[in-house]
Design a protein. Structure first.
Length: 94
């Protein structure tokens, strides 16, 4: 049981460190956007794609991700999980 707890603690430490390290060199995200780590592969609606291509906040955030570690795991998940952005088809928490 102790071994399992040690392994679990190690993985939690690595996970927390990996997620906090990925954005540390990028500075503060624009427009009070909260960065989210997610999957590389996504399925998007046409409205969502139009949003991320044309919305200035999305463009600013994409520019911000260029200074992060693994930006492709950050951009689409963040656009999807920040409901205040109003991206069509985004997760609303309901």
């Amino acid at each position: 049981m102790l071994f399992v707890k040690l392994i679990l603690s190690f993985f939690l430490f690595v996970l927390i460190r990996a997620n906090s390290e990925r954005w540390k060199n990028a500075g503060t995200p624009p427009h009070n956007i909260t960065p989210i780590k997610g999957a590389v592969h996504v399925t998007l609606s046409r409205g969502f794609v139009d949003f991320v291509i044309n919305d200035q906040r999305a463009k600013d955030f994409l520019e911000w991700t260029k200074n992060t570690y693994i930006p492709d795991e950050t951009f689409f998940s963040t656009m999807n999980h920040n409901h205040q952005l109003g991206a069509p088809g985004a997760y609303t928490g309901r």
